[in-house]
Design a protein. Structure first.
Lengths: 224, 314
């Protein structure tokens, strides 16, 4: 449930679901997101779910904070409207040229490379949110022993398809972008396709994701 | 096939097609984009008799040098811009906020914006563009929008699908006001900063850094000290949000911003000041002034009324 609604500037509502990050709270956020989206409230121009927050921005010409807050306060979340969890298996190649930070992680985590990969590839991940750059999924949760901080100095260019780890999360760089996550491999799969306007994101909040290790040969000959 | 087009002799620094942008896509990571300076975008279209959301060319600092081929067309430039029109051997100084006719082989040379960043070119016609999610706005980072998500480049053509017969000469007396204080509402992490840090934020001047673009404006100044945590759980952003990362220098989110961020939010620029904020050039100084939500809403009403007034004068 929303614990508190405040204003973020003069044209957005900041809905706070608390400090915790877990699947249950995130599922609540996504339910609110979907319900509000369906309501088509005049003036709302974006709804952004994240781990435990929901930001609703609006056109100040059409509605204002107090009016929209009232509408959200009174919204009823349809019970039993469960989120469909689609499942995806993402192929990942971990050859040296792709696993840019694996040595750094070995040091940071005091773990052998093979142990890191073993733990990573065994996990089923939950997609908490997408964004920062178009289509990037934020996936959790990594086992406690795989949690590392961001790079001290972020890369100016992280290659497209890179799989990154930071804290309890994994992500996929949908296109070349700056970024500070620890890169452990690369997927040949296209995660974001802007030409598919109705469904540009492969992975959406609530989906379940596993990763599968592939050889360099398979990577090079990969066809979707 | 297209008999009306612009030939690009020089593309300019960052020339892109823009309209009002695309909404309801933050949740998949796609920002609004759209014209940075909304008022000047609207005025450009009105000056050539277009609909309010028709695509225009936005340029930054040095704009494009274009040679026109085709039937006569009406053009308008808005912003604070120096430009020349070349008709045969005649080189004419252009004037903003006044429509003018271009004929076959005429040239339009956008020399530069004056102590501002963005300017706009509108035509009495329709550019031949691709739309994505109902918007032509080019987001060069995500490669979304018209021109394959790229800025204009030299030697390419800008095709014009059709020209409407709106050749009326329209004019507006308008001077872009410079702004000294940018008004902000306290952000959701305002209390992450020390008393001294909060004071610095509202009392000191900041300098706009060279590392500013359509995504964000970086500021430099006295370090704003964080006493809680220099990271927050990543959450949604909106344009105008002022984040302060560990180095203590504020970054303001602009129209092509990342949709999610993990730095504490010290404040949010009020909607009424956004158009003028984006026009601040690197090197200029900025000072923040605190306002509450009610005042921000009133300021926006006034600003919007003023914009509507200007539009109705054309």
């Amino acid at each position: 449930m929303i614990k508190n609604i405040s204003n973020l500037g003069d044209a957005a509502l900041y809905c706070d679901f608390g400090k915790e990050v877990n699947k249950d709270i995130n599922t609540q956020v996504i339910k609110y997101f979907k319900t509000i989206q369906k309501k088509n409230i005049a003036g709302v121009n974006n709804i952004t779910p994240s781990y435990n927050k929901l930001i609703i921005s609006f056109d100040l010409k059409k509605i204002n904070f107090n009016k929209l807050k009232k509408a959200i306060d009174n919204i009823e979340i349809i019970k039993g409207d469960s989120i469909q969890n689609k499942k995806f298996e993402i192929p990942v190649c971990c050859e040296k040229e792709f696993s840019l930070d694996i040595k750094r992680l070995e040091e940071k985590l005091k773990m052998k490379e093979e142990k890191i990969y073993e733990s990573f590839f065994e996990k089923e991940f939950f997609c908490y949110m997408t964004g920062f750059i178009a289509g990037m999924p934020f996936l959790g949760d990594l086992d406690e022993n795989l949690r590392a901080k961001r790079l001290d100095t972020p890369r100016v260019k992280v290659p497209k398809g890179s799989i990154g780890l930071t804290e309890q999360f994994a992500n996929i760089y949908t296109f070349e972008s700056p970024g500070g996550w620890n890169i452990i491999g690369n997927t040949p799969l296209n995660i974001f396709d802007s030409s598919k306007e109705n469904k540009p994101n492969l992975i959406n909040p609530g989906d379940l994701v596993t990763f599968k290790r592939i050889s360099k040969e398979k990577y090079q000959n990969y066809h979707e | 096939m297209n008999k009306n087009y612009f030939e690009i002799i020089r593309a300019g620094i960052n020339s892109t097609f823009q309209d009002l942008g695309r909404d309801n896509l933050y949740h998949i990571g796609v920002p609004f984009s759209g014209a940075m300076d909304n008022r000047n975008f609207l005025l450009a279209n009105k000056l050539v008799g277009n609909d309010h959301n028709d695509p225009v060319i936005e340029f930054a600092y040095q704009g494009p040098h274009l040679k026109y081929h085709g039937d006569k067309i009406n053009i308008a430039i808005t912003g604070d811009v120096s430009f020349k029109i070349k008709k045969g051997d005649n080189l004419i100084d252009g004037e903003c906020y006044q429509s003018f006719i271009l004929e076959n082989n005429d040239e339009l040379d956008i020399l530069s914006t004056n102590k501002s960043v963005y300017g706009y070119i509108a035509i009495s016609g329709t550019f031949d563009l691709q739309f994505q999610w109902s918007s032509c706005s080019t987001n060069t980072k995500a490669k979304i929008g018209s021109n394959n998500g790229e800025k204009l480049s030299v030697n390419q053509k800008i095709n014009i699908k059709e020209i409407n017969n709106n050749f009326m000469n329209r004019k507006l007396n308008y001077i872009n006001k410079k702004i000294e204080n940018i008004r902000v509402i306290k952000g959701t992490n305002f209390n992450y900063f020390s008393e001294e840090g909060k004071k610095i934020f509202f009392k000191n001047e900041f300098k706009v850094s060279k590392l500013s673009d359509r995504m964000g404006m970086r500021l430099e100044g006295k370090k704003i000290e964080n006493i809680v945590d220099t990271n927050i759980r990543s959450e949604g952003l909106i344009k105008g949000v002022i984040q302060v990362p560990a180095d203590g220098n504020p970054i303001i989110m602009l129209s092509d911003h990342g949709t999610i961020g993990g730095y504490p939010k010290i404040g949010v620029v009020v909607s009424a000041d956004y158009d003028r904020l984006v026009q601040l050039t690197p090197g200029s100084t900025i000072k923040f002034q605190e306002v509450d939500l009610n005042s921000a809403e009133t300021l926006f009403k006034l600003y919007d009324l003023e914009t509507q007034n200007l539009i109705s004068q054309i």
